[in-house]
Design a protein around this ligand. Structure first.
Ligand SMILES: Nc1ncnc2c1ncn2[C@@H]1O[C@H](COP(=O)(O)OP(=O)(O)O)[C@@H](O)[C@H]1O
Ligand SMILES: Cc1cn([C@H]2C[C@H](O)[C@@H](COP(=O)(O)OP(=O)(O)O)O2)c(=O)[nH]c1=O
Length: 210
């Protein structure tokens, strides 16, 4: 049970983070399978998105030009809906929520990437989810060069994916800084390795959860 939660929910909240192309989407399905094999009820979701309104905001966020402040506010607006409609009800029911990104992404992208002050993001975090943090965060860590090569082979880029290596170096740096700040919940996964090797790591880590 996560003691930082009030009230304490019986479910578990696991988030998947990393720069674009790091392999989150590839591995979230694998982890879902591992948990289902352990007879856990799993809710698979993503940010921005996860709700009807959240998915509409995602379309705007991924394609429209806006100030960094607007970007942060819309990310947290989508998150508020996500928490109220999906995440907290599932945790109350005792289910395992796996989310492709959460608030660490706002610190990494809007903070590290766009340069917004960390304190502003902390204020939004306190406003939107004062008593809830993930139980566990997998940080898929890889260089922007490798991620870019993988993405070029896979799909056409959205607004974020068109950013340059400098931007992703700052995003990666902020993710790693947060992993140091919250070592009890972060697990850094070396994502430069082949998919099979990463699966082995994930299997070991998931096997340790009760
Ligand atoms: N460890 C890996 N080695 C090689 N290719 C990978 C690896 N992980 C993911 N990929 C490929 O890279 C691309 C981006 O992966 P994806 O899971 O969509 O990343 P993300 O969700 O983090 O943006 C996909 O085509 C995927 O098959
Ligand atoms: C949740 C979140 C995502 N993002 C960005 C990161 C991603 O580039 C984009 C969409 O995330 P994601 O769903 O990971 O995109 P994809 O499936 O194409 O890899 O939104 C932020 O900038 N801040 C946030 O708080």
């Amino acid at each position: 049970m996560n003691p930082s939660r009030h009230p304490p929910y019986p479910g578990r909240f696991i988030t998947f983070e990393g720069i674009d192309g790091a392999g989150k989407s590839t591995h979230i399905d694998y982890v879902t399978g591992l948990l289902k094999a352990k007879n856990r009820q799993v809710v698979l979701t993503r940010e921005p998105g996860g709700t009807g309104l959240g998915e509409k905001l995602r379309e705007i966020l991924l394609h429209d030009k806006m100030t960094p402040e607007t970007e942060a506010l819309l990310m947290f607006a989508a998150r508020r809906e996500h928490l109220a409609d999906i995440i907290e009800p599932a945790l109350r029911r005792g289910e395992w929520v796996l989310s492709d990104r959460f608030t660490d992404a706002s610190f990494a992208y809007q903070g590290g990437g766009r340069g917004l002050a960390r304190e502003k993001l902390r204020q939004l975090e306190t406003w939107v989810h004062p008593h809830l943090q993930p139980d566990l965060t997998f940080l898929f860590d890889v260089s922007p060069d490798i991620a870019q090569t993988r993405l070029e082979a896979a799909r056409s880029p959205d607004k974020f994916e068109r950013e340059k290596a400098d931007f992703f170096n700052r995003v990666r740096g902020e993710y790693l800084r947060r992993a140091k700040e919250f070592p009890e919940r972060f697990r850094i996964i070396d994502s430069s390795r082949p998919i099979a090797a990463i699966r082995e790591t994930l299997k070991t880590l998931i096997g340790k959860l009760d």
